[in-house]
Design a protein. Structure first.
Length: 312
């Protein structure tokens, strides 16, 4: 029965075999988790953030576990655009799942340089614009919390991306996330992804120092899930539902039921991040779980679930 469920998703004009992605920064650039998970079974794959020049990121310690999640202050460490093209694109060329490149930068020009160069590559399905990283001094969330800057960077990025999908990744650390979402969509975003991490701190009480060398880090994992579900539902109702813009929902997804909550809240697809560190094959398991849930609930097409939250 679960084999007859239609799990395919029209995501901003491209067809995904199913609605499950892995989240940026948690699964490398392409094949790093190949021993644990067949990336071609995913609905979509998102690379670690790429910047124009390589970045070393912050000094260690840059991750710490918490009761229901983790803090990271990686600082957008990555191999940079040239090495990505040279070493990772040939691997991505063999991947059949749509691959999105997450793009970060310190200036609008840096984002645009990366997008313009990669927009020429047929193998790239689109971009996820990271304007929501809480762990860097320049760029990141600086862009993502000011609607005017969101308009500016999104319209420039859309122009550079051409026909490719431009997904804008939102931060939860804003006063009104719908205002930011509206700015992105009105400036040309084809999809929204949400959410990035919450700024947080863990203190070692013996040394009385923060555990992370960067002092603060981004909180991810199950701790943030209810907040992420709420924010997805808010943006769905306020901004995307009437405009037909898909949301890629994420934040603490670990199980099938977590993923289904996001779909009901209004996400067209979901991404699994932190849970991958505990169980690398977790995203693929969730795809099977979604099929079983649909079979059990007489849902023949996954689309029926999206935004199906009922009123009391
Ligand atoms: C170790 C780590 C590295 C991350 N790196 C990036 C990144 O490079 N770019 C980005 O946009 N998000 C990055 N994220 C954020 C995730 O993509 C995701 O938005 C967030 O962790 C919430 O999902 P989760 O709770 O399932 O992990 C990172 C998260 C973690 C835990």
């Amino acid at each position: 029965m679960s084999e007859s469920i239609n799990t395919s998703v029209d995501f901003a004009g491209i067809r995904l075999a199913n609605p499950v992605f892995t989240a940026s920064g948690t699964c490398g650039y392409a094949d790093e988790l190949a021993d644990f998970m067949d990336i071609n079974q995913l609905g979509g794959f998102i690379t670690k953030s790429i910047t124009a020049k390589p970045r070393k990121g912050h000094t260690t310690p840059r991750i710490v576990e918490t009761d229901a999640g983790m803090l990271n202050a990686i600082g957008l460490a990555n191999i940079g655009l040239d090495k990505f093209i040279e070493e990772k694109l040939p691997i991505i060329e063999k991947v059949t799942t749509p691959v999105f490149v997450n793009v970060a930068g310190e200036t609008v020009a840096e984002y645009i340089a990366v997008i313009e160069r990669l927009a020429k590559e047929p193998v790239i399905a689109g971009f996820e614009l990271n304007i929501s990283c809480p762990n860097v001094k320049r760029g990141g969330i600086t862009f993502g919390k000011d609607p005017q800057l969101v308009t500016e960077i999104t319209s420039a990025a859309k122009q550079a991306a051409g026909e490719k999908i431009l997904m804008v990744k939102l931060s939860p650390i804003v006063t009104d996330i719908s205002e930011i979402a509206r700015a992105a969509v009105e400036a040309g975003a084809n999809a929204l992804s949400m959410i990035n991490t919450f700024t947080a701190m863990v203190i070692d009480i013996e040394t009385r120092k923060p555990i992370l060398a960067n002092k603060t880090g981004g909180l991810s994992g199950p701790a943030i899930k209810p907040m992420a579900v709420y924010l997805v539902n808010k943006v769905y109702n306020d901004v995307t539902k009437d405009r037909g813009i898909p949301i890629l929902g994420m934040g603490g997804i670990r199980t099938t039921s977590d993923a289904i909550e996001f779909l009901i809240a209004g996400a067209s697809a979901v991404a699994v991040g932190t849970a991958t560190f505990i169980e690398p094959g977790c995203a693929v398991k969730i795809i099977e779980g979604i099929k079983k849930y649909c079979a059990r609930n007489n849902i023949s097409n996954i689309k029926e679930l999206v935004g199906s939250l009922k009123d009391w």
